[in-house]
Each structure stands twice: as structure tokens, then as C-alpha cells.
Design a protein around this ligand. Structure first.
Ligand code: SF4
Ligand code: SF4
Length: 405
């Protein structure tokens, strides 16, 4: 591996293996430009600095000392959604998102990071902070604080319940022989804003014959920290979760945005599953729908994180089809809905433009329900289309609602 001998404007300490890996990946880019048209930010601005190739050049310039880090260079990198659409098309297999994670960590050391990234990293690190946010969101709903919060760019999800009092353990019903135990991963955002998904996952896993272990002290997966360059916090969260989920049993993840981070704190032998993939493999009999006259039109949205990291798209589709055959998908070539972790807050204006092709498909298709497996996408689609929790939901919730119990 070539030694980093170049002058760096970003990293004053001795180059790490990750630094070298990032540099090698940038060197592998052949500047063919095949990634450009897949990139939502390039599609809007049509400028090289807002394209994947341009961002790789900026990072290289920062590393070689040719470019000084400043607010504008940071902005070009920060505008990237990390959707991975460029990576999927790249003939040279450049690991673009890994390079960006590394670049963000250098920029963070130089004190370039957005307020929202700092705020969310602070928030998700301690479970009590998230519980307080849940209570505030509940107050928002019931004490008429909408006006107050509308003046901020933080738009609370309007359908959260009061903080759910979950138990640590959900055994299968009495008289049913259990097939085994599984962990259920809550996720920091899902635990507040997607409680129906957690409740439905527990019920469906029990119905599939699995006792559900749901440790109350579990922490954020660390994806938000990782994508904002907070390597230290990401490592701390990974270690905490590794010690909490220490039994050699499968762990089930409901939000595709958490999947990769959860998988990375587990040992190689410990399996990580997307909830739909696991249910598709383990639901014992064919699912029957409770109302035989119900034949809804379903529009499936596939989150970037599901395309990039989970092997669950086909399994999820198979399971959804057991309830409705009137199934279509939002064009998978549309790169991103604009949610992208904290992006919909920190880059709100751009996010709301990026989302338009997706919301247009929803408006033109007029489905009975939109199903998506990432909580961030669900919030963004609801906010941008004005739809309710009943109209945009996680497929596991929809499945639980309509299968014959
Ligand atoms: S990850 Fe998405 S937004 Fe970022 S450069 Fe690639 S295609 Fe563009
Ligand atoms: S497709 Fe890959 S090799 Fe081609 S310009 Fe984009 S990153 Fe570089």
C-alpha cells in the first residue's frame, strides 16, 4: 500500500489505515463521469463540485494541500446525501461513501460540522435525552405548541405516542412451542417516532414462534455519528451495544438505516436480519388477510439504505404480496427521497427539492398505502405529501394490521 507522503490540510496526525484506504479509493476513480447523472445534487446544480467525481477531487485536493478547508468546501461535501447511487453505478468500484465518512472525520477534527449533526449526536448518545424528546413531542401534540415549533426548522412528527413502556422480554403465547430467541433492535429515532413498527415487529416475531428480547438500555446504532465524522462517538456506541447484545442469537432490525451499523458491532457468527427478511423465512404458514374483500393498491418505496446494505427487497415484496397483489414500486432509479439521516433537517431546502420526483410518483399513483422500511424516509414522505401514519407505514405494521390472527 503506498505511503501517504503528501502534505495534508486535513489530517495533521500520522495517516491511519482508513486514511490510506480513502486515498487509494480516490486514486481508483477514472473520472469517467458515469456516476454524475445518478447524483441528485448534481442533477439540481449541474456543477462539478456537487457531483461524486467533484467531491472526490475536493477531498484529494484537501489531502494534497492543493485546497484549503473552508466553509464552501465543507458545504459541497455536506450537501452529499450519502445515498450511494453513485457507488452502485461506478465501474471502478470506488467506495465513495467510505471515502466520504473518512473525509467527514477529518473535517470534524477541523471543527467543520453542522449544528444539526452536533445536536443529533449529543441527543442520541444518552437514552434519557431521547426519552425527553419523546415527552416534548408528546407535549407538542397535546398542548398546542405547533406554532412555537413551526418557527424552527425541526418539524416534529405529528403522530408519536407518549413514551411507550416496553418490557425487556416478550415470550410467545402460552401453549405455543417457541422456535428460539431473538433480539429486537429499537433504534434511537424509531423508539420515539415509529413505535407502531416496534409493537408490530414484536407481535409478528411472536406469531412466527420467537421469544423477543428487547433490552431497555440499548443505544443508538451509531450511524448518525459515523456519517457526520464523529468516529469516537460511533465507536463508543458500538462498544456499548456489543456488550448489551452479547448473546449469540439473531438480532432483528426494523429500520434499514440502522442495518449496517448494527451488523458492524456484532461478531461474524452473530446474524443480523432485516425484520421483513426474517419474517419471510420464519412465518410458518402462508399469511391470510383478515378481510378477504380488502384489495388495496400498495406502493413500495425502497430506501437507499435498503438498496445499499440489506438483502431484504425481494423477501419484503414476497411478504407484502400475501396481503395484496396490487403492488408497484417507486422507480428505483430515483436516487433518494431527501431524508438521508439528519439531512432533511440540516439541508432542508435542498432535501425538499430532491424529494419531488418521489412525491410526484406518490401523487400520480394515488395508492391506498405507501410502504417504506426506513423511519427517516417515512417521516420525509409524510411531511412532504401531507399523508398520515395510516397512509405511509412500515410494511411490518401493515402486515400485522391485515393478517388473520
Ligand atoms: S452519495 Fe448520492 S448525493 Fe452523494 S455524491 Fe453519491 S449520488 Fe451524489
Ligand atoms: S463512476 Fe466511479 S470512476 Fe467514474 S467518475 Fe464516478 S466515481 Fe469516478
Amino acid at each position: 500500500m503506498p505511503e501517504l507522503t503528501i502534505k495534508s490540510n486535513l489530517n495533521s496526525s500520522k495517516p491511519t489505515d482508513n486514511d490510506r484506504h480513502a486515498l487509494n479509493q480516490i486514486d481508483a476513480c477514472v473520472s469517467c463521469g458515469l456516476c454524475l447523472n445518478a447524483c441528485p445534487t448534481y442533477g439540481i446544480s449541474r456543477t462539478e463540485a456537487e457531483s461524486p467525481r467533484g467531491r472526490l477531487s475536493i477531498i484529494q485536493g484537501l489531502l494534497t494541500g492543493a485546497i484549503e478547508p473552508n466553509r464552501m468546501t465543507f458545504k459541497h461535501l455536506d450537501n452529499c446525501l450519502m445515498c450511494g447511487a453513485c457507488e452502485r453505478l461506478c465501474p471502478a468500484n470506488v467506495e465513495y461513501t467510505a471515502v466520504m465518512d473518512q473525509a467527514k472525520s477529518w473535517l470534524k477534527k477541523k471543527s467543520y460540522s453542522s449544528f444539526y449533526d452536533r445536536f443529533f449526536n449529543w441527543l442520541v448518545f444518552k437514552p434519557w435525552r431521547i426519552r425527553w424528546l419523546a415527552r416534548l413531542t408528546f407535549l407538542y401534540k397535546y398542548l398546542g405548541m405547533q406554532k412555537l415549533l413551526r418557527i424552527t426548522t425541526l418539524k416534529p412528527y405529528q403522530h408519536t405516542k407518549a413514551n411507550s413502556l416496553w418490557k425487556n422480554y416478550y415470550p410467545v403465547a402460552e401453549g405455543i412451542k417457541a422456535s428460539g430467541d431473538v433480539y429486537l433492535f429499537k433504534g434511537c429515532v424509531s423508539g420515539i417516532f415509529d413505535q407502531d413498527t416496534i409493537d408490530s415487529s414484536i407481535a409478528m416475531l411472536n406469531a412466527a414462534g420467537f421469544n423477543v428480547l428487547f433490552p431497555e438500555n440499548q443505544r443508538c446504532c451509531g450511524a448518525i455519528a459515523s456519517h457526520s465524522g464523529d468516529v469516537k462517538r460511533h465507536a463508543e456506541l458500538q462498544t456499548l451495544n456489543k456488550n448489551i447484545f452479547n448473546r449469540d442469537i439473531p438480532i432483528i432490525v426494523t429500520s434499514t438505516g440502522c442495518f449496517k451499523s448494527v451488523e458492524s458491532f456484532r461478531d461474524n457468527t452473530q446474524k443480523t436480519y432485516d425484520v421483513m427478511e426474517f419474517l419471510q423465512q420464519h412465518i410458518p404458514a402462508k399469511i391470510e388477510q383478515s378481510n378477504k374483500n380488502y384489495n388495496p393498491s400498495v406502493l413500495v418505496h425502497i430506501p437507499c439504505s435498503q438498496k445499499k446494505m440489506c438483502n431484504s427487497i425481494t423477501a419484503s415484496r414476497e411478504l407484502i404480496k400475501t396481503i395484496s397483489a396490487k403492488l408497484s414500486s417507486i422507480n428505483p432509479d430515483i436516487a433518494c427521497c431527501g431524508s438521508a439521516g439528519t439531512y432533511m433537517y440540516r439541508n432542508k431546502k435542498l432535501a425538499n427539492v430532491i424529494t419531488i420526483p418521489v412525491t410526484n410518483e406518490i401523487t400520480n399513483t394515488t395508492p391506498d398505502v405507501v410502504l417504506t422500511q426506513n423511519i427517516g424516509c417515512r417521516m420525509q414522505l409524510m411531511n412532504q405529501t401531507g399523508q398520515t401514519t395510516e397512509a405511509v407505514m412500515h410494511p411490518v405494521t401493515w402486515l400485522y394490521k391485515h393478517y388473520e390472527k
